[in-house]
Design a protein around this ligand. Structure first.
Ligand code: ADP
Ligand code: MG
Length: 627
């Protein structure tokens, strides 16, 4: 293993390259999110260059994530000076990035500005400076700016709660650990499946005779070729300071998961985006392809990115740690109350926050869980919330034991619920509906903002002198409607959710217009302006529409240039398929998803009847069973 963080400008490295007082200042800036002293900036730039060059770097770049969500970079060589001004600000011609109308082509100025919170790192001989991206008017053109703004808002609200309870805490940060699911396929086959290659999803492909029915993939022994790949990723991740911890085979064939140890949220987001890039590049070198689409293959599981979210103080105190007697900790009870208000009242905004084009096929598709947000708290906390909502006393039960042959172990307070989109797991919430390809800065800033907003409203009542238990009772009576611990994939739940009047969408992208609502303006106060909200909604919608249009064109190409000629050679009937393709071609945007599915069915039928050597594309079996 290489040394952890050896390719990052972490505190200890900075200490050897920077004067002590400057490094101390830099640490302060990252911890307290205060402004950097401009008098130090040239010194920092010089140290960064010196370190990077000593590590073999030839170029630097502002490494940022525009509204596409992906990492972006423009390299500049170290020839000549690298001044503090160059460190602080870059200026890509930004008119070619999505801006949702915040900029038109004639106003091309967009700026990148160094964000010192994530340590600079060297990737492929480039010094990468994690950065913000914003317009000439100072409006956010990325998800990171609102993420940091939402953390500042959340910190204020939580410190207000602590002050009210007379608990002294200096600072708060949001923690995030992303469990990243992905598929690995053989690269040669992948390149021949150009739908998979171009948009990450197979638009046709007859179902596997044997897929995941036997439940023999989850946690299976990792094949040596894949293990070698994982080890390489881990080695590189280690030098980049990404604390990878677990790996395992997932439910679908050729599906895997990797998870790091949690970090402060904006760092965790940057590390997740960097990790995805690293995984793609390393796969390429191993003649593999790494796929992050939410639903690359029909008939087997799709991929998510479970966002484990919690709130900590600088002294390591976790706001959502229930301890053995949660009912005695007012801060915990109030935090849970604010959280349930947030999810109950704004589940539509949470749904909008996970609307990636691929997630529409993972949530709400015909073989996917319905897109309804609910919260699973586990047995004990559900009972606790029930008691509070009735104004009753709660008595905690001691942890039970399970007797095993040679020992006995404590039983967890609740079982796991794999079907819930938002689950309490011990001392954190796991937002499971986030898609594998997502930049989780978006769902995270939404979650932070909702929580901060609802906590502020609670605080107004408390500071106004109301009894905390009465306040909680009033809120929980309503918000406990969001609690559900049954099977979230079942039709009964859809019926039940209807009764409870919870928002139900046909797909996640249907929720996007919620960003334009009046309440969104209130909830995102201090995080996103009305203009920015409009731009985000517009961009998400536009991306979705462009993806659909590309899918339509690709499926036509696959059909007319490959499938139809092959079927004709074999004298298979093609009438129905041709009608389906015509319907697809003439489809209005709204009906596209259904017609894509219809056309697919016909193509899959042809595949099933065609002699295997005549089929023009790699089959599911070849793609998914190669190790
Ligand atoms: P599981 O969800 O399967 O129980 P883990 O306990 O390993 O698995 O947690 C999954 C992810 O949650 C990991 O990335 C882990 O670091 C992260 N995590 C654990 N505690 C916290 C926390 N307090 N805040 C944010 N993420 C956390
Ligand atoms: Mg988990």
């Amino acid at each position: 293993m290489s040394e952890f963080g050896s390719h990052t400008f972490h505190r200890d490295i900075a200490d050897t390259f920077l004067p002590k007082d400057v490094n101390r200042h830099l640490i302060d800036v990252t911890l307290k999110k205060t402004k950097i002293h401009l008098s130090h900036i040239d010194t920092i730039a010089e140290a960064l260059k010196k370190w990077a060059v000593s590590q073999g770097a030839t170029h630097y770049c502002h490494w940022f994530q525009p509204l596409t969500g992906f990492a972006s970079e423009k390299h500049d060589s170290f020839i000549g000076a690298f001044s503090g001004q160059q460190l602080l600000k870059g200026e890509p011609d930004a008119s070619s990035f999505p801006s949702g109308g915040l900029r038109n082509t004639a106003e091309a100025r967009g700026y990148t500005s160094w964000d010192p919170i994530t340590p600079p790192f060297i990737f492929n001989r480039i010094l990468c400076l994690p950065s913000f991206f914003f317009s000439w008017k100072g409006e956010a053109l990325d998800f990171k700016i609102p993420l940091i703004r939402s953390e500042i808002k959340l910190e204020k609200a939580v410190l207000r709660l602590f002050k009210f309870l007379k608990i002294s805490q200096a600072s708060i940060h949001v923690t995030l650990g992303c469990e990243q699911e992905y598929f690995l396929v053989d690269r040669d086959k992948y390149l021949k499946r150009y739908d998979l290659h171009l948009i990450g999803r197979t638009l046709c492909g007859a179902p596997l005779a044997k897929g995941q029915q036997l439940e023999d993939h989850y946690f299976r022994v990792i094949p040596p070729r894949i293990l070698t790949y994982m080890e390489e990723v881990e080695k590189q991740a280690c030098s980049l300071g990404i604390p990878l911890k677990t790996r395992h085979a997932e439910v679908a064939p050729s599906q895997y998961e990797v998870a790091p140890i949690f970090e402060s949220s904006s760092v965790a987001v940057d590390h997740n985006i960097l990790l995805m890039e690293l995984m793609k590049q390393t796969a390429y070198q191993h003649n593999l392809a790494c796929i992050f689409h939410e639903k690359p293959f029909a008939g087997i599981n799709g991929s998510g990115k479970h966002c484990n979210w919690s709130i900590s103080t600088d002294t390591g105190f976790n706001l959502f740690h229930p301890t053995e007697s949660p009912h005695t900790h007012l801060f915990f009870l109030l935090a849970i109350t604010a959280l349930l208000d947030a999810v109950y009242l704004h589940s539509d905004l949470l749904m909008a926050s996970i609307a990636t084009p691929g997630n529409d096929y993972r949530l709400g598709g015909h073989e996917a869980p319905p897109p309804i947000i609910s919260v699973c708290l586990g047995n004990m906390l559900t009972e606790l919330v029930e008691s509070l909502s009735f104004g009753k006393k709660f008595t905690s039960h001691p942890q039970e034991k399970i007797d095993l042959i040679i020992t006995s172990i404590s039983k967890d307070y609740s079982d796991r619920n794999r079907t819930s989109p938002f689950v309490f797991t011990g001392n954190k919430f796991e937002f499971r509906a986030v898609g594998a390809s997502a930049n989780c800065a978006l769902p995270l800033f939404v979650l932070n903002s909702l929580f901060a907003h609802q906590l502020d409203l609670l605080m107004e009542e408390l500071e106004g002198g109301r009894d905390p238990y009465r306040v909680m009772q009033d809120h929980l009576k309503e918000s406990k409607n969001i609690l559900f611990s049954g099977n979230g994939y079942s039709q009964q739940w859809v019926q039940e959710a209807k009764k409870r009047k919870l928002p139900i969408f046909q797909s996640s992208s249907e929720a996007i217009p919620t960003f334009l609502s009046k309440k969104a303006e209130k909830v995102f106060e201090g995080v996103l302006s009305k203009n920015e909200l409009k731009a985000y909604a517009h961009t998400l919608q536009e991306q979705r529409e462009k993806y659909l249009e590309i899918e339509k064109n690709l499926l036509q190409e696959i059909f007319y240039t490959g499938v139809l000629p092959a079927a004709k050679r074999s004298k298979l009937p093609t009438n129905r398929a041709q009608v389906a393709m015509k319907n697809l071609q003439n489809s209005p945007l709204k009906g596209l998803r259904k017609r894509l599915d219809r056309a697919r069915e016909e193509i899959d039928t042809i595949e099933n009847h065609l002699e295997a050597k005549e089929w023009p594309l790699p089959k599911y079996r070849e793609l998914l069973f190669f190790t």
